[in-house]
Design a protein around this ligand. Structure first.
Ligand code: RB5
Length: 146
C-alpha cells in the first residue's frame, strides 16, 4: 500500500515515528514534509497529500498537525477525500469500517506517540465493511457535486 504522509512543524517528530511504523508494516511511504521545526502552513502539506491520493500516486494518506483540526478541515475540502480525525482506536476502526476513511488525521499536541502508533496500526489493517455504508458514501459523493 502506498501511503502519503504530511504534517506541519507541530508534528514532524511524531511523523518520523509514524513513518518508521509504516515501513515496518511494508508500506510504501511518500513523505511530503515538513521535516523540521520551522513554522509552516498546514494547508500546504495537507493539500500535497490529498492531491497525491486523488491523482492515484498514493492509496491512502496520513496527516498530522498540532490538534489535527486544521488538517481535517483542509483534507475534507477535497472531493473524494474522507478524512477522519482520530484520538482513539475505536474511532480509527470505525472510520475504516463505516466511512472508508482514506486519510487518517491525528493531533501531535493531543495524543502521545504510543497512542498515535496504535491508532495507525488499527487504521492500516481495518477494511471497509461495504454493504449499507456504500449508500451513505454515495450520498456524500452526491453532496460533493452540489
Ligand atoms: C500550528 O501552531 C497549529 O495551529 C497547527 O499545528 C494545527 O493545530 C492547526 O489546526
Amino acid at each position: 500500500m502506498k501511503i502519503a504522509i504530511g504534517n506541519d512543524h507541530a508534528a514532524y517528530e511524531m511523523k518520523a515515528e509514524i513513518v518508521s511504523l509504516l515501513k515496518e508494516h511494508g508500506a510504501d511511504v511518500i513523505d511530503m514534509g515538513t521535516n523540521g521545526p520551522e513554522s509552516v502552513d498546514y494547508p500546504d502539506f495537507g493539500s500535497r497529500v490529498c492531491n497525491a491520493i486523488i491523482s492515484g500516486e498514493a492509496d491512502r494518506g496520513i496527516l498530522i498537525c498540532g490538534t489535527g483540526i486544521g488538517m481535517s478541515i483542509v483534507a475534507n475540502k477535497f472531493k473524494g477525500i474522507r478524512a477522519a480525525l482520530c484520538g482513539d482506536c475505536f474511532s480509527a476502526r470505525m472510520s475504516r469500517e463505516h466511512n472508508d476513511s482514506n486519510v487518517l488525521v491525528m493531533g501531535a499536541r493531543v495524543i502521545g506517540a504510543s497512542v498515535a502508533d496504535e491508532i495507525t496500526r488499527v487504521w492500516l489493517k481495518t477494511q471497509f465493511e461495504g454493504g449499507r455504508h456504500i449508500i451513505r458514501l454515495d450520498k456524500i459523493r452526491g453532496l460533493e457535486k452540489q
